[in-house]
Write a protein that binds this ligand. Structure first.
Ligand SMILES: *Cc1c(COP(=O)(O)O)cnc(C)c1O
Length: 353
C-alpha cells in the first residue's frame, strides 16, 4: 500500500475471485461457468465484429440494439434495461446509488455484497439464515434499507419462490429491493414480471452463467425506467463505453440464439439432479439447488480435506475459508462426463479413509 492511497480505502478487503489456473486437463468446477461453449451464432458474431471496422470506432455507449433485443425477450421496454460490464458492475452502481440508508443481505451470500458496502462506506446488516440456509422473507420486511437477495442464493443454490419476494416488496416502499438473478435459467422463478408493479424492484442478470459468456463481461438490469436512468447516470459518470463492441455483438447474437442456451441450461439442470442423487447415495447432504452448482457436505470427510484431495486429482471445486461454511464445498455442474469423473474420484477418496 502506498502512502498516497486515500484513508478510506486502507482497510478495504477486496473480493477474492475463484482461481483461474491454466492446468492442462483440469476439471474446473469452481466458478460456476458453463461447461458448454458459446453457440455458433455467438462465435460468428464475435469474429464478424472484430473483422469489421468496428474496433477503430467507439462502441455504442447506449447498446441500442442489445437493449432492444433484451427488451423484446423479457417483455419490457428498452427504457427498462440497463447493460453493463458484467452484473458486478451493476451491483457496484446500485450499492453506490441506493445503499445510503444501509443494506441488508443474508450472511451467507455472494461475497461481493459486503465488499461494495465497504467500498462505498455503507452500513450493512448481514441477516442470519435459517437452518438449511433458508432465507426468511419476514427478516427483510422492515423497510430498513436496500435489500439485496441473490435468487437463487450463492453459494447455497437455494431459491425463494417469487411470492416470498413479493411479500418483501409489499412491505418495502422506501428502499430498493435488488434481486440478483445471476443464476436465472436453471429452474428458479424470475421477478421480472413484477417490475411493472413495483417501481423499487431492480432485477440484475448476467450472460456469464447460463449463456457461456463469463469472459465477455456482460450483465444487465431490468427495472422501472427511473431506476434505470439512475444507473445510467452513474455509468455515464464512470465509463460510458464499458460494454465493448465485440461483447455487444456477442450479446445480441446470444439473445437471438436463446434456444441453444436454454437447451444447455436444461442439460445442466438434468446433470445437477443426477449428480445430487449420486452424492446423496455416497452419504452427502446436498442443499436443494435451482442453479448450476451444488453446495455439499458429508460427515465422512471435512470440507477442506475434500477440496485438497480433489485438487490433487486435478478437480477444482470452491471451498470458502469461513468457519460457518467450512464443512461445505460448492461444486459447479459440468458436463455429464466431468461429473462422472468427479463422482468416481469422490468414491476413491472416501474409500481410502
Ligand atoms: C457470478 C455472479 C455475479 C456476477 O456476474 P458477472 O455478470 O460475471 O459480473 C453476480 N451475482 C452472483 C450471485 C453471482 O454468482
Amino acid at each position: 500500500m502506498s502512502r498516497f492511497l486515500a484513508e478510506r480505502y486502507r482497510d478495504l478487503e477486496p473480493y477474492t475471485p475463484g482461481e483461474q489456473p491454466k492446468i492442462k486437463g483440469l476439471i474446473k468446477l469452481n466458478t460456476n461457468e458453463s461447461p458448454y461453449p458459446p453457440g455458433p451464432r455467438t462465435l460468428a458474431a464475435v469474429t464478424d465484429a472484430a473483422l469489421a471496422a468496428g474496433l477503430r470506432r467507439y462502441n455504442d455507449p447506449d447498446a441500442t440494439e442489445l437493449k432492444s433485443l433484451l427488451a423484446e425477450k423479457y417483455g419490457v421496454g428498452p427504457e427498462n434495461i440497463h447493460v453493463s460490464n458484467g452484473s458486478d458492475d451493476i451491483l457496484n452502481f446500485s450499492f453506490q446509488a441506493f445503499g445510503s440508508d444501509g443494506v441488508l443481505f443474508p450472511d451467507v451470500s455472494y461475497g461481493f455484497y459486503k465488499v461494495f458496502t465497504e467500498l462505498h462506506g455503507l452500513k450493512y446488516t448481514a441477516v442470519p439464515l435459517k437452518p438449511g440456509f433458508r432465507i426468511e422473507p419476514a427478516d427483510y420486511t422492515g423497510d430498513a434499507g436496500m435489500t439485496v437477495l441473490a435468487n437463487p442464493n450463492a453459494p447455497t443454490g437455494r431459491a425463494l419462490p417469487v411470492s416470498d419476494i413479493e411479500e418483501i416488496l409489499k412491505k418495502t416502499k422506501n428502499h430498493v429491493v435488488l434481486i440478483d438473478e445471476a443464476y436465472a435459467g436453471f429452474g428458479a422463478g424470475s421477478c421480472v414480471p413484477l417490475v411493472s408493479e413495483y417501481p423499487n424492484l431492480l432485477v440484475t442478470m448476467t450472460f456469464s452463467k447460463s449463456r457461456s459468456l463469463a469472459g465477455a463481461r456482460l450483465g444487465f438490469a431490468i427495472a422501472d425506467s427511473e431506476l434505470i436512468r439512475d444507473l445510467e447516470r452513474l455509468k455515464y459518470s464512470t465509463n460510458p463505453y464499458n460494454v465493448n463492441s465485440i461483447t455487444q455483438a456477442a450479446g445480441c447474437a446470444a439473445v437471438l440464439e436463446d434456444d441453444y442456451y436454454r437447451e444447455n441450461c436444461r442439460k445442466i439442470s438434468e446433470t445437477r439432479e443426477k449428480t445430487t442423487k449420486e452424492l446423496e447415495a455416497l452419504g452427502f447432504s446436498v442443499i436443494p439447488s435451482e442453479s448450476n452448482f451444488i453446495f455439499v457436505r458429508t460427515d465422512k470427510i471435512g470440507g477442506t480435506e475434500l477440496y485438497r484431495d480433489l485438487r490433487a486429482r486435478n478437480i477444482l471445486v470452491r471451498h470458502f475459508d469461513r468457519r460457518d461454511i467450512s464443512d461445505y464445498n460448492r461444486i459447479t455442474i459440468g458436463t455429464e462426463e466431468e461429473m462422472g469423473i468427479l463422482i468416481q474420484a469422490i468414491r476413491e477418496i472416501l474409500g481410502r479413509i
